[in-house]
Design a protein around this ligand. Structure first.
Ligand SMILES: C[C@@](CO)(OP(=O)(O)O)[C@H](O)COP(=O)(O)OP(=O)(O)OC[C@H]1O[C@@H](n2ccc(N)nc2=O)[C@H](O)[C@@H]1O
Ligand SMILES: Nc1ncnc2c1ncn2[C@@H]1O[C@H](COP(=O)(O)OP(=O)(O)O)[C@@H](O)[C@H]1O
Length: 294
């Protein structure tokens, strides 16, 4: 039976990793992670319209096609359609949906746009199709779609993510932060970055980052933020390495990378400070440059 609402519109947020340590390689080929992820206000917007047949369709709404990543697939491999299919199969639902996306999050960026789209589809269609699946079941489906999907199903502001990324422990965060995010023209392939990880190294702890977030002493975040994948990604993507150097020179601040890249970011404390930091970066070779807030 259809829910009383026949359509629903939801934001699918991008994430930033302010900490990422790789604890080792697992037997299933994935890597064991410990990462602190933050939900940002940079969002795709998804509109779901229920249909009474079981068809699923996906359309991009952006009037300006430059907003849409060139490699955003519109076929069955799209994570939105994969999430909707997974939900249909898990519930034997005979309902369908016409889905429209306003795509703003760049792809292969370490911002998890695709994973967030998948999670938002699980949450949106669970509501629209009146399926009433519990969160635990949505988490089970999320983990089959990708390692980053569960963070968005949890719908928290900040979390420590463990396992291959799918085990989510929400953590407190006091206050708010702004970031300048910049993605170079070339994205990073996540498996390629993991393949370039060096041999043994001493593991860092996420605890200092989690303590800074909880205490609200956010001015200290730049002292403790860390990403083990930065060096492998830098060696894979010379354009990203160059952009990180230019951002550092022009803003005299440490530059960090989100996930497996290729988005680099600077930490600011207010939107105003972030906008001031962004100004000298305009004109650099970027595919995406913006201020985001947590
Ligand atoms: C690195 C991270 C950090 O947040 O972010 P992104 O850069 O993708 O945003 C994630 O762990 C990425 O998660 P996600 O993009 O969902 O990856 P998946 O689809 O599950 O896996 C893609 C591929 O990445 C590698 N992979 C991913 C996660 C993990 N814990 N170990 C891995 O080795 C594997 O080669 C895998 O086949
Ligand atoms: N809905 C989607 N949005 C973005 N990318 C998608 C989607 N579905 C599948 N993909 C594919 O997943 C890849 C990784 O996407 P994305 O999650 O945006 O990257 P990252 O995790 O590095 O930020 C893209 O290159 C794209 O081909």
């Amino acid at each position: 039976m259809l829910n009383t609402a026949t359509s629903i519109c939801l934001s699918a947020p991008a994430k930033l990793n302010v900490f990422l340590e790789v604890l080792g390689k697992r037997d299933d080929g994935f890597h064991e992670l410990e990462s602190v992820m933050l939900r940002t206000d940079l969002c795709d917007v998804l509109h779901f319209e229920a249909t009474s047949d079981d068809q699923l369709t996906l359309r991009v709404a952006n009037s300006d096609p430059t907003h849409v990543a060139a490699d955003f697939p519109l076929d069955e491999s799209n994570l939105i359609l994969r999430a909707a299919r997974a939900l249909q199969q898990a519930t034997a639902s005979t309902l369908g949906a016409a889905i429209t996306i306003d795509k703003r999050i760049p792809a292969e960026a370490g911002l998890a746009g695709g994973s967030s789209n998948a999670a938002t589809t699980l949450l949106g269609l669970n509501q629209l199709w009146n399926l009433k699946l519990p969160k635990s079941e949505l988490h089970r489906l999320a983990a089959t779609l990708g390692s980053d999907v569960n963070f968005f199903v949890e719908d928290c502001r900040a979390a420590v993510c463990r396992g291959r990324g799918e085990q989510i422990e929400p953590i407190p965060m006091a206050g708010s932060l702004s970031f300048v995010v910049a993605r170079p023209p070339v994205g990073n392939s996540t498996p390629d970055v993991f393949r370039r990880l060096g041999p043994a190294y001493e593991h860092r702890s996420f605890q200092p980052v989690s303590d800074v977030l909880a205490s609200g002493r956010l001015q200290n975040l730049a002292d403790v933020a860390y990403n083990r994948l930065t060096e492998p990604a830098r060696s894979l993507n010379p354009g990203m390495a160059k952009l990180m150097q230019q951002m550092n020179e022009r803003c005299s601040r440490p530059v960090f990378m989100s996930g497996s890249g290729s988005t680099c970011f600077l930490i600011a404390h207010t939107p105003r400070e972030a906008r001031r930091m962004l100004t000298p970066l305009v004109g650099l070779n970027t595919a995406f440059l913006a201020v985001v807030r947590i």
